[in-house]
Design a protein around this ligand. Structure first.
Ligand code: 6R9
Length: 642
């Protein structure tokens, strides 16, 4: 493995440290530019410009250039729908289709710089719509196909979207998500900038026999347009718009801990450099690989590691539309077996769910094609890490735990397969060219001050190509959120430790860290101790206001299949935490629950749990994957508290 990894020269770290601009421009040179940049970096903190003066098109780099290089017959997508339907697209097919979609967008009045809101299920049309925007120079704003009409309305209006691209529905967990009906609802609330809604017919009518009826929403003539009526008939060729390296590529909304979602802005040249470099080096993409990132394009992980990073590298990918338990809990493993997936990139929340379901599902499938496993989205507790490596990877595949954010655009802290000796639960080291360190509240670099090991606040000290360029429509919030806490560094909002080997251990959001009797305790560490107990599948921990201690620890846990809640078991679990971390970390309350409130990417929304525990009205719930979960939890909590 080591000798054939794409990036296997340990001097890369030192090289990138001493000459970051040289390092990044070497990666940028792997892309095709219409015009070369005249300056690598212009840095006026906190505003960065990368590859200044360069002209480039992201769609060209993800599609056209592979066809031009004779790889038109290579499969780009193995697109599997939840009902089991399979569509195969070669890079030539993608090139043909994306041009038709670009023509259709143009016929609906979309021009360079316009915003297009995309609200679809995971599948080729969603990806085509993103790439068609990039081709024209329009800015996409993908909203997860599952968010409510309120979330949509807010995001459509904030971006001032002219066009909405959607579908009549999409399949998820055996049901139809009524995308078009929800779009209608959003627009009825008032979306004055929207001229057209382009609708892909995914489900079709009449429905297959036995399928549940669904609501396609009222059709508004003039506003609503069928995809199949304009895609293909309005033109089949559309040249790639030469974009400035710093032209906006997309906006992606990420939940603020309070207040309204932030429209994170990413530009073209630097973002594509960062995502293509990291995809190449961390996933070690080879020509024969079948790559599957299970993330939806409504999440940044889908943008960077389904669309731009892998496609810029011309890799073959699986795109999967639906849920992991349809028709059976072995769906992911069947997909890996069917398509001989070699690299899997998924989230700890999914891994813990699979652990809860039991080993028999993966063990009944042939997973021998796998050679590399990745994790993203949350800290992965050592238990889940080991299970992932042993049960899914049969102990043979390196595991890369990758830390990054919507704001960072690309992976920042990660092992490099073939080079890094991993430790279960650690994201290890910053990617070469990324300068990460730990500060205290006062902005002192603890690494410089004390040396290893250290713990505190994670910061990034140097600009990097794929960094966010701002918040759409709210320039002050950009400065305030990321560049005000510390004078000389980007504040990521996460807590972290660096061990004696300089490895990073992410501790979760700083807002989630508890202060119990004067001691900082990370929710993540208590959660990790909880899931270490054999009866516990998942756990969420919060600090609840307490008169004496400041905060008391409340734990919400999901039990593994085959365990029944009982006072004795609850005591035992609490004791287990005390044994692992210390008496101080012993949860004061422990609630056995059926589900936890999570975002689309599987992050537990602890602030909503705090709202429940402290009896407040629920804050912004628009980023929840399933808003019913938190309501049910509140009822259960109130019953129990009596
Ligand atoms: C890519 C993505 C960002 C936040 C980030 C952190 C958490 C992501 C992680 C991780 C520990 C990892 N996070 N990956 N924590 N280890 N490997 O998730 O973007 O949705 O913006 O979330 O997710 O707290 O700050 P985003």
């Amino acid at each position: 493995m080591a000798e054939r990894a794409n990036l296997n020269d340990p001097t890369a770290y030192q090289l990138a440290l001493t000459d970051p601009e040289g390092w990044w421009s070497d990666w940028a040179k792997r892309l095709d530019w219409f015009e070369h940049w005249h300056k690598v970096l212009e840095w006026e903190k906190p505003y960065a410009k990368w590859f200044v003066g360069g002209k480039i098109n992201a769609c060209y780099n993800c599609v056209d250039r592979h066809v031009a290089a004779g790889k038109g017959d290579k499969v780009a997508w193995l697109a599997e729908g939840e009902p089991g339907d399979l569509r195969v697209f070669t890079y030539q097919d993608v090139l043909d289709e994306v041009q038709k979609v670009a023509c259709a967008f143009a016929s609906l009045g979309v021009q360079k710089g316009d915003r297009v809101c995309i609200y679809m299920g995971q599948g080729p049309e969603l990806t085509l719509a993103m790439l068609a925007c990039a081709r024209i120079g329009a800015v996409h704003s993908v909203v997860f196909g599952g968010f409510s009409s309120d979330s949509l309305e807010e995001r459509i209006n904030d971006a001032g979207a002219k066009l909405i691209v959607t579908a009549d529905g999409s399949w998820r967990n055996g049901k139809v998500v009524e995308l078009k009906r929800i779009i209608n609802e959003a627009i009825e609330k008032g979306c004055p900038t929207v001229n057209h809604v382009l609708v892909y017919e995914r489900i079709g009518q009449p429905l297959a026999e036995g399928a549940a009826a669904y609501d396609r929403g009222t059709w508004h003539d003039g506003r609503d347009v069928w995809w199949h009526e304009v895609v293909g008939s309005t033109g089949t060729t559309y040249p790639c718009e030469p974009m400035d390296s710093e032209d906006l590529l997309f906006i992606l909304y990420t939940s603020g801990s309070t207040g309204k979602p932030k429209g994170i802005m990413h530009t073209t040249g630097g973002y594509l450099t960062g995502t293509s470099a990291t995809a190449h080096a961390i996933f070690d993409l080879k020509d024969e690989d079948i790559f599957w990132c299970t993330a939806d394009c409504g999440w940044v992980t889908g943008h960077s590691y389904v669309v731009y990073g892998p496609m810029a590298n011309g890799v073959t990918q699986v795109l999967y539309e639906g849920g992991p338990a349809t028709p059976e809990k072995d769906r992911y493993w069947r997909i890996i077996e069917r398509h001989k997936v070699s690299i899997l990139y998924t989230a700890p929340t999914a891994i813990r769910t699979f652990m809860k379901w039991g080993d028999e599902y993966p063990q009944s499938c042939d997973l021998s094609s796998l050679r590399l496993l990745g994790s993203v989205g949350e800290p992965i507790n050592p238990e889940a890490w080991m299970w992932y490596r042993d049960v899914i990877g049969s102990g043979r595949c390196p595991v890369v735990d990758t830390w990054w954010q919507t704001e960072t655009g690309a992976i920042m802290i990660t092992p490099l397969p073939g080079m890094t000796t991993t430790k279960p639960g650690s994201a290890t080291r910053p990617f070469p060219g990324i300068y990460a360190t730990i500060y205290d509240e006062e902005g002192q670099d603890l690494l410089e001050k004390h040396g290893l090991p250290v713990g505190g606040l994670l910061v990034l000290k140097r600009p990097w190509p794929s960094m966010l360029r701002g918040i759409w429509g709210d320039p002050d919030r950009y400065v305030k959120t990321y560049w005000s806490k510390f004078e000389d560094a980007y504040f990521a909002g996460d807590g972290a430790k660096m061990d004696e080997d300089g490895y990073f251990w992410l501790l979760g959001r700083v807002d989630d860290i508890m202060l119990v009797s004067g001691h900082n305790i990370s929710t993540m560490e208590v959660e990790s101790a909880l899931v270490d107990h054999p009866a516990v599948a998942e756990a969420a921990v919060i600090g609840k206001a307490h008169d004496i201690k400041g905060q008391a620890i409340s734990a919400f846990v999901i039990l593994r299949a085959g365990n029944q809640p009982s006072p004795a078991l609850e005591q035992e679990i609490k004791q287990h935490v005390a044994g692992k971390i210390g008496a101080l970390a012993r949860p004061d309350d422990l609630f056995v629950v059926g589900e936890l409130p999570k975002t689309r990417s599987g992050k537990i929304m602890r602030r909503l749990l705090r709202d429940v525990a402290e009896g407040r009205a629920l804050g912004d719930t628009t980023t929840l994957a399933d808003p019913t979960v938190v309501r049910a939890l509140r009822e259960q909590y109130e019953d129990r508290e009596g």
